[in-house]
Ligand binder design. Sequence first.
Ligand code: NAD
Length: 505
Amino acid sequence: MSTSSATTVDAKSATSDAGSVEVPATPTQLLIGGEWRDPLSSGPSVTLPVNDPATGGVIADVADAAPDDAEAAVDAAAAAFTSWSSTSPRQRGELLRSAFDLLVAQADEFAAVITREMGKPLDESRAEVRYGAEFLRWYAEEAVRATGTARTAPDGAALHVTIRQPVGPSLLITPWNFPLAMVTRKVAPALAAGCTVVVKPAEETPLTALMFAELLREVGVPPGVVNVLTTSRPGQVVARILADRRIRKLSFTGSTEVGRTLLAASANGVLRTSMELGGNAPFLVFDDADVESAIEGAVTAKLRNGGQSCVAANRFIVDRRVADDFVAGLAERLAAQKIGSGFDPATTLGPMINVKQRDRAIALVRAAVADGATPVLLDAVEAGTAFLPPVLLNDVNPDGAIAKQEIFAPVAPIYLFDSEDEALRLASDTEAGLVGFIYSRDAARLMRAATALECGMVGLNRGLVSDASAPFGGTKHSGLGREGSEAGLHEYLETKYISHPFSAV
Ligand code: NAD
């Protein structure tokens, strides 16, 4: 069965706690070749439930794609590639600019859907919409700036010209923690470059991605340029797509574990890959830091998105001489958080994505305490809910599991150090290499430490680095490639070198 207008679901009607907030209806079908349609083989009865993190209740059922649907999506992306890649950069840029304008106009509606399916407080969802929209504006501007080069060969016999061309139909896989921004961060540069895409959003948060796909349709993105598959079987569906020789690129944001598997699966097709994987960010506080400002930055770096961010501060590495002040101030700020539904205007910390993720974080905390950490904030938790009040642990053993893994929760472990060398050694003692934060009033020390940290991004005296105009990405096991800035566009472009003999001019 296929329909050209979306079957929608009113996510509010299925739940109780949206209060007076209007949660708009979103599409629930697959978007393939410009049409909203049910899965090919299974019909509308095969669906994937979407849960409210605050209550666990089902808020929507979306289409559950099978591998055959994946093939149909690749057919559509491949068919649209020839015409889309030959549109002018200005045309593509103006469509992205229209998408930016419409997204900004619909910011409240998108924020409500993000809070509904992901749980974060509405203000944070609005901030995600602003952040996510910036990728559309940035790449609307970058679409016309994919420059090439020309150089006379050293022997003077030829002109070497390079041009940039779209890499081809691309598969974009996104996680649940930023249901909109992780999609726009990939779709905007891909479309700007002239690529067509198949988007596979996370099972937990498909509604925002579907709503965004409808927005792109509304502003006139042609059929087949953006296709969306929601599925409960990401392994099977993605395997089918990666085995298809028409797909030339994989851009993945998610866990390092799944990223490794996908890198291996991309080897057969020798795909271009961009990998935005897990982090384990150190947050260094030196004895010459402005401690008040460090506490402020720590709250942002820890609690943004409820701690469920790849750039969340995962290890607070603090000079023993300022640790008492830092810990006391951070404890006060964490204890003051108001925990509740993201729709309650008083809430500053919503539920985690689900009970499983919360209980995983609790297990890490228990192990750290058993290993000698001093609990500073450790409230009792209610079984069977996804809510977790902030946890603060002092003097944590840097060899424990909590230091090695991404906590992905509002849990702040403090590690103490006595010298700059020790701090830098602890900071880079991890497989991850995404981001680091450094607090100090000494400019030379800031640059020394920023240069030494083994990671792709560093925040100096600030707890937030994400910006559409900056190259976001990691080193080591945190990934390959960059998103945002002009670098994000190059992830979707191939360089072609053309040698032109002067004798032929
Ligand atoms: P995840 O790896 O479990 O899932 C991410 C995506 O991969 C989802 O769409 C999922 O359906 C899909 N997936 C899962 N198994 C798959 C398989 N076998 N084959 C193909 N696709 C598969 O990650 P998550 O729990 O959704 O997200 C949290 C992780 O994402 C964290 O590790 C976080 O650090 C990371 N993340 C990284 C960045 C970054 O830019 N570096 C940004 C946000 C999140």
